[in-house]
Each structure stands twice: as C-alpha cells, then as structure tokens.
Design a binder for this molecule. Structure first.
Ligand SMILES: [Fe+2]
Length: 431
C-alpha cells in the first residue's frame, strides 16, 4: 500500500472510532455522564475528554507543526496515570469535574479531530502514524470501559435505568432469547488439545500492544477446555451448595475478600423474595431466563473457587491462546449490539465456543512480561508495563469489546478481586 493510501485509510479509521465513542453516549444525559459509582470507574464525560487528551498529548503536540492547544490545563487535568508526562488529579475526583462542561468537552474532541485530519492530510511521519494507531486502540479500550462504567452507574441508581433505550448500537435479541437453547442446555463437553512446543504472542504485521511481545516458545502439556463458558444456572448451583460459605473452596486472599466484602453472589445479581435477577445494559432481567447465559461480573477469586468446586481448574493464558489462535472475531462482541453475554450457539461438539466475545475469561496466569519484554520507549512505556504486579490475565474480549480490538494474543489484566468488568469463567482440565 502506498504511503498516501495508508494515511487515507488511517484517517477513515480515526473518523469511525471517534464517531463510535460519541454514539455510545447517544442515550445518556449530561447527568448520567458525570457519575463515578465505583473506584474502578470513570464518568463517561471523562472518557470523552481523556481519549481526546491522548491524541492531543502524544500526537498533535509533538507532530503537528503550529498546533495550538485547546486548553493547556487539559494536559494535566485529563492525564490518567502517566507520571513522566504531567501531574494528574486523584482518580476518585473525576466526578467532580463539572467544569469543563459537556459542550466544552465535545468542542475539545472536535478540535482534536480537526487537527488529526490536518496532520494526516499533510502526511504524518511513521512515528506519528504509529501513535495514532495506538490512540485508536486506546480509544477502543475506553469505549469498553465507558459501557462497563455506565452499567455500574445505572446499577447504583435506584431507578435501575436501561442503557439500551436510545443507544445507537443496540440491536434486538432477535436470534434467540439471551439464556435459552443452544449448546449451553446440553452437558458441559470438554474439547481436547494436544500438548507440545507452541509459539505464543502476537505474530504478523497488524497492531498489537507491547505486552503481546516478544513471540516466544511455551511448552504445553495436553489439556482440555470446556466447550463453552460457565452459565448462570451452573453458578447458581455453586451458590446453592454453599459455595460462598465454604472456606475450603477459596484461595486465602479470596476467602478474606468474600468475608470483608460480604459477597454471596456475582456483582449485579439481586435477590428479591427468594428469586434472583441480574442487572444488564438491557435492564433488570429475571434469572429464570438467563440460566444458560454465561455468568459474568465475577472476580478471579470466584472463578477459581467455582473451578475448584467443579473439580476442574482455570486455563493458563497460553492454553487459552493455543485454543484461540486463528479464530475469526465474529463472536458476541460490541458490534453484535447484544450488549450482554448470551448462551453459546449450538455449533457442534468439536470446537470450543465463546472464546472471543461474551465474557473476558479469567486465566490462572499472573500478568507478567514475556521473556525479553520491552515497554514502549518514553512516557508511553507506562501504558502496560508498570502494571505487571499483583494482577491476573484475562483473555478473549466481551460483549462490549469492539470486534476490531480483540485478537488471540490480546492480554487484558486486572487485580484478582475485580468484578465490574464483563469477566466470566471457562473450565480447563488435564487429560
Ligand atoms: Fe486511558
């Protein structure tokens, strides 16, 4: 592809990604966009500003001659965690940013969009193009976070609003009710994989984050993965069997967390008069309709305890990657418009379903650098590398991950007690 075509293609992708972020906010009020309802979350308005900040700080300021900042205070105000770039406000204060107002934030985005267009028209140098690509992937991550955070915000609102009403990406669940039928109504079949020496990590020309490299060899013993994710119905059996009350099922830190936080069900499950319901971006749904839908919003500790109760274990990230390599990204991802994990399709018994989409899958692997890992140079080296302690790897993307964003080598990571993400469980076993 010629250099000119690369810039045109990237320019189109910039427009599409930036537009989608605004589309995700179409059904939200200005007040919705100010809520920060848990320590992990940020207000939607902050996501809008911060994703513009990324291009402003790392692309335009450095690579567009004559670029004029929209507001010099925004460089520190909307910095998330880049210590070597500028100071930044405490994360918990983001809901206090009533100024700048929403209109000003939207104008900030327009200012950045116009400047990005100008830079690409003039012909940007290769490093600027690489940073724009990184900025788009960064914005896609924040699209997912925006939805995850709105789900939490609406859950904490006593009215339990429905996100999907008015949302631009919503599509009706016309193919099947979310938890009904499909493979999940059958037994839990395992799919076997041969062991051996495998190459892991990103391969090829396309974009990847620094933490997906270098590609390296890993030895795998033969293993088997469950053909689908653990369902709400199965998780309810764990609960009914005293799962949250039996210390012997839990890691020590997990049991401490269960006790200190009073956990007795996944996040967003509510019991009223003896029946459970689950809060989703489509509103409150009765459990009886979700028995075959994947359980979501569980921590690593809950995933691990469930696996122990079931007599199995979680997969390592490399077992997962070996199983997912070469798969198409046509699962239940953001682009499907379902916006909630749905029952596995009935697609035969020889392939593992739901690897890409529905729920992020907790793995048994700690988040570490691969052998020879090098963070990006400079400030952007703070993107992934500095979080390589105390976190576990999740794989596969969820129902709110943009399809263009996910791949088999993609590594997500969160502390083991994290539940606000669309995180679920797949069982593994040694044969
Ligand atoms: Fe960010």
């Amino acid at each position: 592809m010629s250099a000119g075509n690369v810039q045109v293609e990237l320019g189109e992708r910039v427009k599409a990604v930036r537009r989608r972020t605004l589309e995700l906010c179409a059904g939200l009020t200005a007040e919705d966009m100010m809520v920060q309802s848990c320590p992990e979350a940020s207000p939607a308005k902050w996501h809008l500003a911060h994703t513009a900040w990324f291009f402003d700080s790392f692309v335009l300021r450095e690579f567009l001659p004559g670029y004029r900042a929209f507001n010099a205070d925004f460089y520190w105000l909307f910095n998330s965690y880049y210590e070597s770039f500028a100071r930044f406000p405490e994360k918990r204060l983001r809901s206090s940013f009533s100024r700048p107002g929403l209109e000003e934030v939207v104008r900030y985005r327009e200012h950045v969009d116009e400047a990005l267009g100008r830079l690409l028209e003039q012909g940007a140098e290769p490093e600027a193009l690489r940073r724009i690509e990184l900025g788009l992937n960064h914005e896609e991550q924040h699209q997912e976070l925006l939805l995850t955070d709105i789900l939490n915000a609406f859950f904490t609102n006593p009215l339990r609003p429905v996100y999907c009403e008015g949302g631009a990406l919503y599509s009706p669940l016309s193919d099947a009710r979310p938890g009904v039928a499909g493979m999940a109504s059958k037994g839990r079949d395992f799919v076997e994989f041969a062991g051996g020496m495998r190459e892991m990590g990103h391969r090829g020309e396309g974009f990847c984050f620094d933490n997906e490299l270098p590609r390296h060899r890993v030895w795998l013993e033969p293993f088997a993965l469950a053909g689908r994710l653990v369902t709400c119905g199965e998780f309810a059996e764990f609960m009914a069997d005293g799962g949250y009350r039996r210390a012997e099922l839990w890691l020590s830190a997990g049991w401490d967390t269960v006790k200190s936080r009073g956990w007795r069900a996944p996040l967003y499950w509510t019991e009223t008069d003896g029946s459970w319901s689950v809060f989703t971006l489509r509103g409150e749904m009765p459990m009886r309709g979700l028995a075959a839908a994947p359980v979501s919003h569980v921590s690593f500790y809950e995933a691990d305890a469930y696996a122990r109760w079931a007599g199995h274990r979680l997969a390592t990230e490399f077992e997962w990657e070996a199983a997912a390599e070469g798969l198409k990204t046509d699962g239940n991802l953001l682009d499907s418009g379902r916006l909630m994990p749905c029952a596995a399709p009935d697609a035969g018994e020889c392939a593992a379903q739901q690897l890409l989409g529905d729920c992020w899958e907790w793995t048994a692997s700690a988040y570490l650098g691969y052998p020879g890992f090098k963070a990006l140079p400079g400030t952007l080296g703070e993107y992934n590398g500095k979080f390589m302690s105390g976190q576990m790897v999740l794989r596969g993307g969820s129902c709110v991950t943009p399809a263009a964003h996910i791949r088999a080598s993609y590594r997500n990571f969160f502390p083991p007690e994290t539940r606000w993400q669309f995180s679920g469980i797949r069982l593994a076993r040694q044969d």
